[in-house]
Design a protein around this ligand. Structure first.
Ligand code: ZN
Ligand code: ZN
Length: 361
């Protein structure tokens, strides 16, 4: 456990404070604290000031860990009550930014009491997340490694076949294989959904045997070194009903067209519309009810989003999924998802398994 994050990120946060109307930002969300400081413990908060204030507060359990993980530029404080330490660390600042999307009403009330009347609490939700959305080279390396591990794990699982195994068994096998290959965890419990069950976008694996001659949606990811991957492939388990083969072909066409549109400039909404036009054109408008994709990083769902609501323009360093699907209730579901980085002149796909319809017996 060596320091992984220098003070460069704190500097980027500090540069945004004035526009956000704050002198100091209180960072409490554990993922944001980790991104900012490199600290991986469960109990810690950071204060970043526009004028160079860099304070980190944790409790006794993390005395050694915080010393190892934090850059020496952070002033560390080991206290029994983290919030109670905040007021005396503000160094006279009167505008304290806080994450109104993460701080509970109860904690907000306590914070108000602690800082007193001289300090105004300024809501600044999304400030750190906006910076987190643009990945640096080290983060991209970690995401690449996570995606590669997830690919290798699924390839290994598929050598043991799909037909006759339960969805649950395949899901557990995939989770176990990822862990055995070095993943810290699965990014989320893998989705293994055969036939009509695949028509539920967030299907939970069942104790039901996978039949031949159908489609199976496999949505999985590995968490490695603090970063998550996310990918989906849909496999055939034998000769398909022509309806199913056609749906697969439509989703693949939509996925590849949307992928080709991923580059700096278009908004999430623009890219979403590319896939949606193809799926709508095939008569499945009502069968693609979710957004095209989402950002991925330390969390498996983060910004920017690719959907009808995606107003952020894609920029180099954004890492997003491109995952159109068609879900015909009671019949079948298909989703194909890649994890991609927006580059200066286009994109780089991190998930590498083939997308041409593949049969696994
Ligand atoms: Zn996924
Ligand atoms: Zn996804």
């Amino acid at each position: 456990m060596t320091a992984t994050t220098d003070l460069e990120r704190a500097g980027r946060v500090a540069a945004l404070l004035d526009d956000a109307g704050a002198d100091v930002l209180l960072v409490t969300n554990a993922v944001n604290v980790r991104w900012l400081t490199g600290f991986t413990g469960s109990s810690g908060l950071a204060l970043v000031g526009a004028d160079g204030l860099r304070e980190f507060v944790t409790d006794f359990r993390y005395l050694s860990q915080s010393a190892e993980q934090l850059d020496a530029g952070w002033e560390r404080h080991i206290v029994p009550d983290l919030a109670a330490a905040i007021p005396k660390l503000l160094d006279g600042a009167t505008r304290l930014g806080f994450d109104d999307a993460a701080v509970t009403v109860k904690d907000h009330g306590r914070l108000l009491e602690l800082v007193g009347d001289d300090v105004t609490l300024v809501p600044t939700a999304g400030l750190v997340e906006g910076l987190r959305a643009v990945k640096d080279d080290g983060e991209l390396d970690r995401l690449r490694a996570a995606a590669r591990l997830a690919d290798a794990a699924l390839q290994d699982v598929l050598t043991r076949g799909l037909v006759g195994r339960t969805e649950r068994d395949v899901g557990l096998d995939l989770e176990f294989t990822m862990r055995r290959m070095g993943a810290q965890a699965a990014s989320f419990p893998p989705i293994i959904a055969a036939g009509s069950h695949g028509a539920l976008p967030h299907a939970e694996p069942r104790d039901v045997k996978i039949p031949s001659g159908t489609l199976v949606v496999v949505d999985w990811g590995a968490q490695l070194d603090g970063y998550a991957s996310d990918c989906t492939r849909t496999y055939a388990t034998g000769d398909l009903d022509p309806r199913d083969a056609e749906i697969y072909a439509t989703v693949l066409e939509a996925q590849e067209a949307a992928l080709a549109a991923v580059r700096p400039g278009p908004t999430g909404k623009d890219v979403d519309a590319v896939a949606r036009a193809i799926i709508d054109g095939a008569g499945h408008a009502e069968h693609f009810g979710h957004g095209l994709g989402h950002g991925v990083g330390m969390e498996v769902h983060e910004g920017p989003r690719l959907s009808k609501l995606g107003t952020v323009a894609l920029a180099p360093g954004h890492v997003v999924t491109v995952e159109p699907g068609i879900y015909v209730p009671g019949a079948v579901g298909v989703r194909i998802e890649d994890l991609v980085v927006v580059t200066e002149d286009g994109h780089e796909v991190l998930s590498g398994l083939p997308k041409a319809l593949t049969t696994v017996g």
